[in-house]
Structures are given as structure tokens and as C-alpha cells.
Design a protein around this ligand. Sequence first.
Ligand code: AMP
Ligand code: TRP
Length: 327
Amino acid sequence: MKKRVFSGIQPTGNIHIGNYLGAIRRWVATQAEFESIFCVVDLHAITIPQDPKVLKAKTREVAGLLLAAGIDPEVSTLFVQSHISAHAELAWILNCFIPVGWMRRMTQFKEKSEKQKDEVSTGLFDYPALMAADILLYNTDVVPVGEDQKQHVELTRDVAQRFNSIYGETFRIPEAEIPQTGARIMALDDPTQKMSKSEEDRGGTICLLDSPDEIRAKIMKATTDSLREVRFDEGRPGIYNLLVIYELFTGQPREEIEARFEGKGYADLKRELAEVVIEGLAPLQARYRELTADPAHIDSLLTQGADRIRPIAEKTLSLVKERIGLG
Ligand code: AMP
Ligand code: TRP
């Protein structure tokens, strides 16, 4: 029996190379080895205000990018979260088994709610319950995500264990899979912050659909330090981040990369890195353009994806309801 993989991505902002290197690329690489399910999580997106037209367009865009990156709908299942109502229903039930204290510890909520304070939605606070529902509905074994989602997967394990201990074996306990390198790609303009989708900080973010000129400009402007030597040193976060991106796009060992830039400066690294990233993204961008020529095709793949796996979600949900005494 193949192990089951589940992961999700929000249809908000612009998908960037952090999402790609930390998550999507790994999903593609291992999709055949596992039974893989990937979800565009539109219900998570509405935890912050969204324009309806933009949300719809972004949902299709993100699905198109995943397909362009190499998610094969014949091998993996790709679907949209709101197409399977069991996600929202199980999230409600799990809510009732998650102590508020667990939620209060979530660092992502603390960060995201900082600006909005009390205006922040209850949905944003409750976001991890919905994520737990996503994962637990499909008896997931492995959840490949970037570092920022680790805490949410731990909460998922905790609530699953709690439920199982009250009602007997119901949920499979999933494990997060965080990559050794690339789990946290940092912003180019501020390497102390992770690369993020937010619209304000685009200078620090290389989006998957950026043009070669945009990529060159952002990389050449990347913040480094006043030293010269090109070396993998976590104490120098700017240059380290650029080198990690270089390493992941080229697949070269670190010693080889350091040897290549021996005696050269940061500008040389930046110039070469820009070309490596441009070349690395070119096939994805070309496939994306082909795919989006026929948006109805993407929509139909998403409908088929949801139809294929809905029975698994519904089976888990009925078991849960039966255990609790609902219905
Ligand atoms: P999100 O953009 O929050 O929907 O995230 C989708 C996936 O990308 C999740 O697995 C995140 O952990 C991952 N991710 C987001 N930002 C980064 C980053 N800067 N570096 C590495 N992985 C990331
Ligand atoms: N919360 C994740 C993020 O922002 C997206 C997500 C939603 C997810 N449901 C999931 C990831 C289930 C893994 C498994 O990145």
C-alpha cells in the first residue's frame, strides 16, 4: 500500500519560489511514490477579506500553476477545497475538540493578526481546525509543507489523538514532512523575514510568473552584507538565502558551488543566480501559458479531482458523526 500524501496551498497573492522550493516542487517529485492529494484551499483564503472575482481567478491560476509545475492529474488528485463540503463540516466538529489554549499558541495567527488586531476574523483564529479537517478526512500519512506549517500539523496530530482517545481509533495520525533545505526561503529585500505572498513586499518575492527582467532586477537588488566571500554561512542570511536558491535550482553540491564562486564577488553570484532562476522557471511558465489558453480544461480537471476523492472524505465524516452520536 502506498502512503497517502496530502497538502494544500492558498489561492491568494502570487505564488513564489518559496512556495515552489519549499512545497510544490517536492510534491511533484514524489507524486508517483505516494498516493498524492493536493488541494487549493479557497476556504482558508477567505479568513482574510477577498474580492470574489479575484478569488475565483486566483483559484484557477493556482491550479494552473500546480499543473504547469508538473502535478499530473492522472497520477495525483488535484481539487478545490470548497468543492467538498465535508471539509467545512469536519472543521466544525474538530473545533469542539480543540481547546482555545492550543489555538492561542499558534504563531502564524499571532503574526497575521498583529496588524488587524480585534478586526481579525474568527475564521483566521480557527484556521488550524480547517487545516486539520483537510488532513484527517483523507487518512493522510504524510504532509509535505514548509517550516511555517509545522505547528499546524502538530495541532492536527494532537486533535486526532485526543479524538481517538475519547471515541476509539478514528483518525490516522499524520506526519509533517519539512525539507532539510528550502523549508524557509527568505525575502530578498529582508533576509530576516520569510518570502511571502503579501502584495506590499513584492521586491523581496520572486513570483513564478515574473518576467526575466523582473527576476534580474529583484535578485540584483537583494540585500546582502559588506563581506565578499561567497560561502554557505547561516550567519550571513542574505547571501546564504541566495546560495540556497542557487543550490535548489541547480542541484549542485555546496562545495562545488563555493568552488565555482571562489575569488568572485556577490555581483557575480547574483548575475548567475538570476539566469539559473529564469531558466528554471521557463518551462513552467511556458506550460502555464498553454494551459491557461483553455481555462475550461482546468475547471474540468478540478471537478473530476473532487468527484474522485469525495467518497473518501464522506466516509471519514460519517464515521466521525457516528462515533459522536450525530445524525
Ligand atoms: P501558502 O502560501 O501559505 O498557501 O503556502 C503554501 C506552501 O508553501 C506551504 O507548504 C508553505 O509552508 C510553503 N511556503 C510558504 N512560504 C514559504 C517560504 N518562504 N519558504 C518555504 N516554503 C514556503
Ligand atoms: N495552511 C497552509 C498554508 O497556508 C495551506 C493548507 C491548508 C494546508 N490545508 C492544508 C497544507 C493541509 C497542508 C495540509 O500554507
